[in-house]
Design a protein around this ligand. Structure first.
Ligand code: 5MM
Length: 339
């Protein structure tokens, strides 16, 4: 394990004004995204869409790394350059999703456990050779009647910690992503309690497994009201609850925290990040690792005219710039109009 390289790559991923582009949708998930814009889910279309995003001029100004799906890491664009070469030319670190998806947790109705530890050491070695320098593993926690159970929280925390230790053994920075789903009618306090319990369990397990926190990143969901909640918290309430929860449960030694968007609107996700960074300085950089909130506008523009990728690239560059500003606490709504 090369700790100096792990730490320097982790710090590069959360460098000031930069965040991560999540384009690691599994084939069933990208099928839904493409269907929403009436595009057929073929390998050719997935390749062209993702090559368009990664080739955005100047993308490296606000994007430090991109998380890819296995297929994308092995692909080359139509011009013959590999996706990894495109990213290297942009100064963007290649990342890879290594979990095998969230499956039903035996004996626990409506709860999930993320699989993928078997054979992971060999896969990480192969991914490192292909150019990956960081990885991601997502656990899914649902809030509902009597759930999440401690069995679900602890099983997922244990798997995340074992994944993280294996990554570091292979000089790959682990991003640990315990996503508390926004689905449901729960309120902000419910989300706070579940998020705090999940993070406390995760960092206890990471300590047990000997994960070097300075070379690891948390991909967190915000503390936010459920999408069906009747009285949803506003931007400042979400920001205050989220940073309070993180300060309670996340060790200061961690390299950084990046947020997922989880179904928020693209501007909403930027506003929440800005509201958090406006609250002051924290032990870790607070940045972004958005999937949908970075891609929504770009996907629509690309689907409207795939032969003219510049429109989609302009949309992505704009959202990356807005979120880069929010990561530095310098975003304002007026910046949206400058687009
Ligand atoms: C980009 O989507 C990622 C992969 O999802 P599946 O494994 O379900 O296909 C997903 O893990 C994503 O990175 C996170 O959920 C964050 O994305 P959002 O859209 O919530 O910011």
């Amino acid at each position: 394990m090369d700790i100096a390289t792990l730490v320097s790559n982790a710090q590069a991923l959360v460098a000031p004004g930069k965040g991560i582009l999540a384009i690691d949708e599994s084939t069933p998930t990208i099928a839904k995204r493409l269907a929403s814009v009436n595009v057929e889910n073929t390998e050719h279309n997935r390749r062209d869409y993702r090559a368009t995003l990664l080739s955005t001029p100047g993308l490296g100004e606000h994007i430090s790394g991109a998380i890819l799906y296995d297929e994308t890491l092995r692909q080359s664009a139509a011009d013959g350059r590999s996706m990894v070469e495109i990213m290297q030319a942009q100064g963007i670190l290649p990342g890879i999703k290594v979990d095998a998806g969230a499956k039903p947790l035996a004996g626990h109705e409506d709860e999930k456990i993320t699989e993928g530890l078997d054979g992971l050491r060999d896969r990480l070695q192969a991914y490192h050779q292909l150019g990956a320098r960081f990885a991601k593993w997502r656990a899914v926690i649902t809030i509902g009647d009597g759930i999440p159970t401690s069995a679900c929280i602890e099983a997922n925390a244990h798997a995340l910690a074992r994944y993280a230790a294996l990554c570091q053994e292979n000089d790959i920075v682990p991003i640990v992503e315990p996503e508390i789903l926004m689905d449901g009618g729960h309120d902000l306090d419910d989300c706070f309690d579940v998020t705090e319990a999940t993070l406390r369990s995760l960092f206890a397990q990471m300590y047990e497994q000997g994960v070097v926190l300075e070379g690891a990143i948390l991909k967190a969901s915000m503390v936010i009201s459920g999408s069906e909640c009747e009285d949803r918290a506003d931007r400042v309430e979400v920001a205050q609850a989220t940073v309070t929860c993180l300060l309670n449960a996340v060790p200061a030694a961690l390299a950084g925290v990046v947020f997922l968007s989880g179904g928020q609107g693209d501007v909403e996700a930027t506003e929440h990040l800005q509201a958090m960074n406006a609250l002051g300085d924290f032990p870790w950089p607070l940045s972004f690792s958005y999937g949908r909130a970075l891609q929504q506008a770009a996907l629509k523009a690309w689907a409207a005219d795939p032969a003219n990728p510049q429109q989609a690239q302009k949309k992505l560059a704009h959202r990356a710039r807005m979120n880069g500003m929010a990561a530095s606490g310098q975003y304002a709504a007026s910046h949206e109009q400058a687009h």
